[in-house]
Design a binder for this molecule. Sequence first.
Ligand code: FAD
Length: 276
Amino acid sequence: DIPVADEPKSTANLMPDAQIVTAVRHWTDRLFSFRVTRPASLRFRSGEFVMIGLPGEGGKPILRAYSIASPSWDDELEFYSIKVPDGPLTSRLQHIRPGDQIILRPKPVGTLVLDALLPGKRLWFLATGTGLAPFASLMRDPETFERYEQVVMMHTCREAGELDYGRELVGSLRHDPLLSEMFGEGFAERLLYYPTTTREQGARMGRITDNLTSGKVFADLGLPPMNPAEDRAMVCGSLAFNVDVKAVLEGFGLAEGANSEPREFVVEKAFVGEGI
Ligand code: FAD
């Protein structure tokens, strides 16, 4: 007898735009990541976001913007999410398990794309909290390293545990056999990582803006001060963070660009509102 595989139960009764959850990992009581199937028709540029959600009361879906954290070449899609205790979406989304369905509108958009920046030597990713997500995509895209000699990931959170998702990802990429094969043995030196905490005591502390303006990050990493000839940047955090970083970058002589007009840096909100 030839064994016949059962249809996975989860593909029955799919909602419109449904995708199936394939993996979930909880990082802290406020952060989790998950992977879902990728619609065959979905093309996106690493760094873009889509609308995802769950069905709400009365059938109207609750949808929110989410950066795709996986690179454009991946067979699945990964997301890195906050858990807002009373949040209409994340109070429920945090309970998803493999086999569950989520809604995913396959219309990717966003400003944090390589095409929105001029060529340069060094690319800085500046993120707080879940603002890391678009850079989790871009760091895993070999095109980032084809375009830039060095990539610096600065990530700031209140507590050390909130850095774990990014720390684990950077660690695995620096020793990724495929990337080493593509870019040579010295690849690990091309992806620099500068995590800091603002509340919990740790090896490196402080806000991204302070570490840039004081010059501490340049001294610690052995880099020249940021300058418009060599440096490009992408920013993703709370509205207040974005405003502060924009002023710092402009102070170094960098100008904001867009898809339609590439310049030295681009900015995107990690969420709407004050943050938690
Ligand atoms: P909401 O009603 O949306 O928010 C409730 C409160 O929580 C608000 O005060 C809000 O300021 C705060 N909040 C919302 N999201 C966050 C967050 N991520 N970090 C800290 N505080 C937050 N969220 C992600 O977790 N991962 C992403 O990759 C992501 N990408 C986004 C991309 C864009 C362009 C935008 C605009 C938002 C993005 N968000 C992301 C936020 C997301 O859209 C939702 O706000 C979040 O999922 C919470 O939904 P909710 O319905 O539970 O609560």
